[in-house]
Write a new protein. Structure first.
Lengths: 307, 281
């Protein structure tokens, strides 16, 4: 069949329209992705993989000393029916240290000891720059509430025996003795996430799935950065229908990186997914979860009614 | 027109189309949240003093039975600092599938023992309630919630107080009315109040100008929102209740432990769109 000039022009325009989106997005500093046609929806492939290991908290080799910690009074507030005072303990040392339990605390101005409760032996490990928050609560709403007895200093005693005075607090003991009602480390953001960790996700799935059927859905992986991201080494993903031990289905597979070896700058790729819904899956509305198995990788989900 | 100019035009159109595709592929920084009608039936959730990190939320989504999180967004009496809270945090958690109940912790009842309290004068307390509503709305908008946060539920955290001192009960009622009035100003949000079902006097706020919903703390272990001590079953009876039915305890999901309260929603959560079952009714 011979194409007319007009028809040929349209073919060229159509070809250009297909290629330009693959190569023109962003134009940032990253390497240019090769202009190879990629299907609009990347087909699913069944290549089992293994889930990434959970980043475990590092166990610090030594207890925190007073010189390591920067301790400041945080917000005074209201929580769980108590007046609260937050303290922040930041590890300013160059190496990790730990608090073997919530440091014993006193409120000298009120002559009161702060009860440690369940947090007395709660160990908190602090990486360099990481903080722990300590929340002190006192009862409220008693007949004496109108005449507050406020202490503006809290004194902590570290495991080494060193005292640390924290000024600027508001601990009102008019209605009773203070106690620790919260003590935990604050997660540090991922220090240097790789390019795969910055990818965004969206998921399009049917609202219902029948037990014994194959659930077909799509996950779109978005590269918000101004540089192309190579899917190499090819990342795996974990998909879960249901939650926890009661999950109806859970698999970890490799992405179809052969069909889509990169994601251009400021562009997206849509991958088809297939997941068998076991006949034993409990009926009802449950979660569908899809996680990219890279450190700090994104998770996307949806609600699905299993029938 | 010859074929070559047509090709140039075609390439230009293709390039423009590519830019549109690129733009559309970038995650939107803002989103709309609306309560809608009958939303949030039978959705179990949790809340914790410090909004959890993304890593914790990602670990909990596929492993925990919880669908929504109580997200503290501000107020002068918010107990914990919120290093994780941001528009990105909201948007990414929403993409993951999480829903939210936004919490504002402003001034507490007079003579209650809290550091910042509202006035015992009812006129002033009403104005303060409206002021807090405006501040909470502004915070939600600053977190990227579009359309002036229209329809989004925000809960005022009013902790327990001594109703018999300092005209505190009348002041609290006036304050709550102001909170509701402020959030109902256009574009209207959904106004909720959280507190101990008895010690925060939740029943006292029923009637004209009442909150759209209540979130009662009643640690009886019974997830049914229709069962709340000191609150009549005929009040807030039309998908207008959330219940915090277990207080602070540790739970571990996906290898991450948090100290949480557990909740059941038979009322608005944001965004709308999922009803799980009737276990919270």
């Amino acid at each position: 069949m011979k194409l007319s000039n007009r028809a040929l022009t349209f073919v060229l325009v159509a070809a250009a329209a297909l290629l330009v989106p693959l190569s023109a997005c962003g134009g940032g500093s990253g390497a240019r992705a090769p202009a190879v046609a990629v299907p609009a929806v990347i087909p699913w492939v069944d290549i089992p993989s293994t889930p990434g290991s959970l980043a475990g908290s590092t166990s610090a080799p030594r207890a925190c000393a007073a010189a390591d910690l920067v301790v400041v009074a945080g917000q005074a507030g209201a929580f769980h029916g108590q007046a609260t005072q937050e303290l922040t303990l930041r590890n300013g040392a160059a190496d990790a240290c730990y608090l073997p339990g919530v440091p014993p605390a006193q409120v000298p101005g009120a002559g009161a000891q702060v009860g440690a409760g369940q947090f007395a032996a709660k160990r908190v490990d602090l990486a360099p720059g990481q903080s722990a928050t300590l929340l002190i609560g006192t009862p409220v709403g008693c007949a004496a509430s109108a005449q507050p007895v406020v202490a503006t200093t809290v004194q902590l005693t570290l495991a080494s025996g060193e005292p640390v005075a924290v000024n600027g607090t508001r601990v009102d003991t008019a209605c009773g003795a203070p106690s620790v009602i919260g003590f935990d480390a604050v997660d540090l953001p991922d220090a240097a996430p790789g390019p795969l960790s910055t990818l965004g996700l969206s998921l399009a799935a049917p609202r219902t799935a029948a037990r014994g059927s194959v659930l077909t859905y799509r996950v779109t992986v978005v590269n918000p950065s101004p540089a192309s991201v190579a899917l190499s080494p090819c990342p795996s993903y974990t998909e879960v229908l249901g939650t926890g031990a009661g999950a109806g289905a859970q698999r970890t597979l490799l992405l179809n990186c052969q069909a889509a070896p990169w994601i251009s700058a400021s562009a997206a790729r849509t991958f088809e997914m297939k997941l068998s819904v076991p006949a034993s899956t409990p009926a009802g509305t449950t979660k569908l979860s899809w996680k990219l198995e890279v450190p700090g990788g994104p998770v996307v989900g949806a609600a699905i009614a299993v029938s | 027109m010859s074929g070559l100019p047509r090709l140039r035009i075609g390439l230009l159109v293709a390039a423009v189309g590519a830019q549109i595709l690129c733009f559309a592929a970038t995650p939107a920084p803002t989103f709309a949240l609306s309560n809608g009608s009958g939303a949030g039936i039978g959705i179990h959730g949790f809340d914790t003093c410090q909004d959890p990190s993304r890593a914790a939320m990602n670990a909990w989504w596929p492993n925990s039975p919880w669908w929504w999180v109580g997200a503290y967004i501000g107020g002068s009496e918010m107990a914990c600092s919120q290093p994780n809270l941001s528009a990105t945090w909201l948007n990414e958690n929403r993409t993951t599938g999480w829903r939210f109940q936004f919490i504002w912790v402003g001034p507490q009842a007079p003579c209650s023992g809290f550091g910042v309290t509202f006035s015992s004068n009812t006129t002033t307390a009403n104005q303060q309630g409206q002021h807090e509503a405006a501040a909470a709305r502004a915070k939600l908008v600053s977190l990227g919630v579009t359309n002036g946060a229209k329809g989004s539920p925000i809960t005022y955290d009013l902790e327990a107080f001594n109703a018999s001192s300092c005209n505190a009960l009348a002041a609290a009622k006036a304050f709550v009315k102001g909170w509701v009035q402020g959030l109902h100003a256009s574009p209207a949000l959904s106004a909720g109040v959280y507190g101990s079902t008895c010690a925060s006097e939740l029943q006292s706020y029923a009637g004209a100008g009442q909150p759209d919903y209540i979130w009662g703390a009643n640690y009886d272990g019974n997830q049914r929102t229709s069962v709340m001590s000191c609150v009549s079953s005929s009040s807030w009876a039309s998908h207008q209740r959330l219940k915090q039915y277990i207080g602070g305890h540790n739970e571990t999901w996906g290898g991450v432990t948090m100290n949480i309260d557990t909740d059941c929603a038979n009322g608005p959560v944001a965004p709308t769109g999922v009803n799980v079952n009737t276990s919270c009714s």
